[in-house]
Ligand binder design. Sequence first.
Ligand code: SF4
Length: 465
Amino acid sequence: MCGILGITCKNCPRKSEAFYKLMTCGNDISHRGEQAWGILTSDGKSMFCHRDEGRFSEGITEKKAAALARKMQGGSGLVHTLYSTVGKGGKKQPKNIQPWTANFHGKPFGLSYNGNIYDLSLLRNRAKERGWHFVSDVSDTEVIVALIATSQQADFIEALKEVLPMLKGAFSLVILYDGKIIGVRDRCGIRPLCIGHNEDSFILSSESCAFYPVNAKFIRQVRPGEIVIISEKGIEKYIKWTNDTSYKFCIFEFVYFARPDSILCNNRSAYYYRNKAGTILAEEAPVKADLIISAPAGGDIFAEAYASALGIPLRQGLFKNRYGIRSFMAPRGTDRRKLQRIKSHPLGEVIWGKRVCIVEDSIVRNSVCPETVMMCFEAGAKEVHVRVGSARIKYVCYCGVDMSTSKELVAANFSLEETREQIGADSLAHISTEGMIKATGLPRENLCLACFDGNYPITPPVEMT
Ligand code: SF4
């Protein structure tokens, strides 16, 4: 899961106008990837890029920002925030940090990508035969860039139309070429991408929350199978790169990834889902407890709605360090489970002697929830119950979310009762898949639910079949 963003501005009052706008808006997609980030600007002739490890803008002082602004001129540009689902545990591949850049018939273009392209060997070989020398062994982004750069089509959009049907998987792209930003979505619109504008700029972003700081308004989503070309004057053209389309939006964006203030699919926000899901969860799996507490911050909206529907007080029983912790700050050997203890602390004054119910957004691996339950018992809870705002995740995702092996998924390997025992809770219940669909307010056929029900919207990779 990554964040992608592109901006094009007209009548730029400053030469570094796009840089400052990208820095402002990029901050609002930083939650989508904290491993690395990159920013690219163009003055129409040249491109200027800065890439770094860590969270968006981490380590950028005022002085460094001013120096970058002097270098990164132009009225259009891209941002990428990286959450890598490839190349983990192997050698470090700094070239994976996006945006990527290359030339198309001598003219530079930049590309930011969110998703997962699979069955890559054929495509890598095709690009190699066309003369591309790969710098990364694992980057699917480089494969897309290589195929565009080596296309023999005379026109950039024609090259894109030639390459996109070759890509198997889920993807959203924002491309910078010739001073224009180009938004692309896969045939099922699995990963998000939307368009916004204010009086002097047009923006493409993974999430609409990035529009707010520059007072831009949401226009619409980029549609499945669509290419949208935007110049400084506005939307120049939108075309279909395929007619074989259907809407299968990733429901996990509603559950976990997206910010609650983002409009995701058919004008539904992540807040809408979480609020509804909390209420439905209360109908499907009520609890006898003295207090509802959220597993912060993902469980907050679910917990609010759940508590309100049951008429049970909602209290802050777990305090989350608002500045978070980077994994390198934790003592050596700290696993996900122990990291949870470092990230949030129980409030004994709230929990002691009480029957508490923790509301979580999801349970993927059995790493975080057992520690949260134990922390509540250690703080003196009499009973600890767990309720979850998404169904059990039984199947892997190959569409860009870091759930790629079934052995890591607790629900793929253990029954609900076994999971409850491992978590150490007095009771455990999830919202049903039907309840989740209802909470989106969208028809089932517009959603990808594959990690919950195993019905994949696009053909699985060869290695999975
Ligand atoms: Fe989203 Fe799950 Fe579908 Fe992956 S399998 S795209 S996480 S709904």
